[in-house]
Design a protein around this ligand. Sequence first.
Ligand SMILES: *[C@@H]1O[C@H](CO)[C@@H](O)[C@H](O)[C@H]1NC(C)=O
Ligand SMILES: *[C@@H]1O[C@H](CO)[C@@H](O)[C@H](O)[C@H]1NC(C)=O
Ligand SMILES: *[C@@H]1O[C@H](CO)[C@@H](O)[C@H](O)[C@H]1NC(C)=O
Ligand SMILES: *[C@@H]1O[C@H](CO)[C@@H](O)[C@H](O)[C@H]1NC(C)=O
Ligand SMILES: *[C@@H]1O[C@H](CO)[C@@H](O)[C@H](O)[C@H]1NC(C)=O
Length: 405
Amino acid sequence: MQLVYNSLQNNCITRVCGKIIAFGILVAIYGLVVANPLAARDEVQRGACPEDYSPCSCNLTSNGLEVVCADVTLENIHDVFYRTQSLYLYSVLLTVTSFSGTVTLPPDVLKDKRAQHIYLRCPSTSAKLNLIIDSASFEFTRFNTTIFEIHDCDLSAQADMNFLKGFAVLHTLSIVNTWNVDAISSLPNNTLLAIKELTISRCTGLGNVVFPDLTPARLERLYLDGNNLNDPQVNNILISIGSSSSSSSLEQLSLAGNALSKVPRIAAFSQLVTYEVSNNDIAFMSLSTLIFSSPVRFLGLKNVSLTAIEGGAFQGNYTYAQVNLENNKLAAFREDVFKSMLQQMTVQPPAVGGQVIVTGNPFDCGCGLAWLIRDNQPLIPSVKNGVCGGFFRFEDLNPDAYANC
Ligand SMILES: *[C@@H]1O[C@H](CO)[C@@H](O)[C@H](O)[C@H]1NC(C)=O
Ligand SMILES: *[C@@H]1O[C@H](CO)[C@@H](O)[C@H](O)[C@H]1NC(C)=O
Ligand SMILES: *[C@@H]1O[C@H](CO)[C@@H](O)[C@H](O)[C@H]1NC(C)=O
Ligand SMILES: *[C@@H]1O[C@H](CO)[C@@H](O)[C@H](O)[C@H]1NC(C)=O
Ligand SMILES: *[C@@H]1O[C@H](CO)[C@@H](O)[C@H](O)[C@H]1NC(C)=O
């Protein structure tokens, strides 16, 4: 479950962060009432497994059989899956141990078992374990696996991604906190027809290689957070996806926590509605980079050291958009940047329409704010946490004070 939670957290920035945070709070509150709410829920849902999976562990949940082989040798894993009979498993989590520093998964590591979700994990030691996956390791499960994840490994000895060949219903592939993911460039296109979500996060090696062309797959969500990618590297990735079949299906793109100094262009993606570039170092945002063709849902530009935005930089339909500009260095809240966006947002009531979140920016209280405070009071509710002079909330400023501007 650890893994599932990690991967949720990972995608949280872009996807349903609000919901997850809300869930976290709910659990926290509920935790005050019931000592261990998750344990209580487990008792209801979990039953005995029909077979003995030891030294791996197994739970029968309403999802099906969940098998965890944590810190178990390959020999033991081999033994478990050759011994047991249940063909269909809901999830398999393998954390393999090895004293040699390398683990090679043999052909048919799960024998003929089919698992909907496969999680491979290396022990979280500082020197990562080398993982090598044989192209036939998971052959029998390829028509049934929808989620495949790799965490905390070193893939430098992995020549290709052929172990995913023919995974016809795979919709989510995640590689997290893993070194030397260069093999990703050989992700077998033409066979991953169902893939919708690709995450490569906190990894190394992605910037060195040609990003895979997944045509004719139609990706909807691409999360490339924390990979230390620079402008040309991201540019190459986006050109590759922009010229693939995913250009007209991609809805969510996250590039948070890289080494970007510019907002990468997104004009090639006609369905993009969620774009996250927070935690980069983008001092200036220019006119032509942000052009959304579909109504914007979320734009994250939090903590990017932003000092200035060119007029007209936000193009698109922002009626329902959450625009996060928190923790930047904006001193001016300019009419030619924000007015048309705010006018779109205020078409809807404040609780329904979009908003611009500007917490933690050092706005100046001078005449630069007259257009908003004096001339456009109805737009102010769509600006969240606007403060100038380090102290004065936009909604508390007196319009009359701007009479002589
Ligand atoms: C099975 O459930 C128990 C208790 O709910 C938990 O401690 C254990 O990690 C679970 N094992 C698997 C394989 O999910
Ligand atoms: C597994 O895949 C086979 C072949 O596509 C299919 O017939 C079967 O229904 C699938 N089973 C499950 C549980 O997904
Ligand atoms: C698969 O990728 C190769 C190399 O990028 C490309 O030449 C080929 O056209 C792709 N196949 C499909 C079906 O797009
Ligand atoms: C802000 O972004 C920088 C990278 O530009 C990162 O190192 C830092 O941790 C971020 N701060 C927060 C609070 O996320
Ligand atoms: C903006 O998008 C919303 C749907 O999100 C739509 O209802 C509205 O008509 C669009 N506004 C304009 C001006 O196109």
